[in-house]
Structure formats: C-alpha cells, structure tokens
Design a protein around this ligand. Structure first.
Ligand SMILES: [Zn+2]
Length: 84
C-alpha cells in the first residue's frame, strides 16, 4: 500500500514538471487555452505536498499502533524492532 502511494507521488512529481513545461511553452507561444494544464499541475502539486504529511502521520508501530515520528529502527513506545 505504501509503495503504491510512493509510486503515485513520484509520478505526480514527473507529471508536475512535464505539465508546467507544456503550460509554459503554450503560454510563451500565445496559447492561453491552458486551464486543463493548470488544473493537472495543481492536482499534482497537492499530491506532492500532502504525501509527506500523510507519510508522517501514518507511520505507525505494527505492535502498539503508536505513531512513529522519527523513522528509527525501534519503536520509541514499546521498544520493538520495526521491520520495513
Ligand atoms: Zn510500538
């Protein structure tokens, strides 16, 4: 599940740069029909921004269920080793 989200995040970054590249070129060529491109870029931007927060608040210990804010090898609550 986490790997899928990471792949989506990477794709969002790639699409974000390609999309803004296309929007920029279209704009420079005097083509102002770039609304769709701007929306795609914004959606990608939101995904890029939200993912680190999602990851931060969803890293939970598989034993005690407490949030792990620091990506250490051991849970700071129950002390058990966390396998990634
Ligand atoms: Zn724990």
């Amino acid at each position: 599940m986490k790997k899928v989200l990471f792949i989506i995040w990477v794709i969002a970054i790639i699409v974000f740069f390609i999309d803004w590249g296309i929007v920029g070129i279209s704009f420079l060529n005097g083509n102002y029909e770039i609304k769709a491109g701007i929306y795609i870029g914004l959606v990608c931007f939101i995904i890029i921004c939200v993912y680190p927060f999602y990851k931060l608040f969803n890293d939970r210990c598989p034993y005690c269920g407490k949030m792990i804010l620091l990506s250490g090898k051991y849970c700071s609550y129950c002390g058990k080793e966390i396998k990634k």
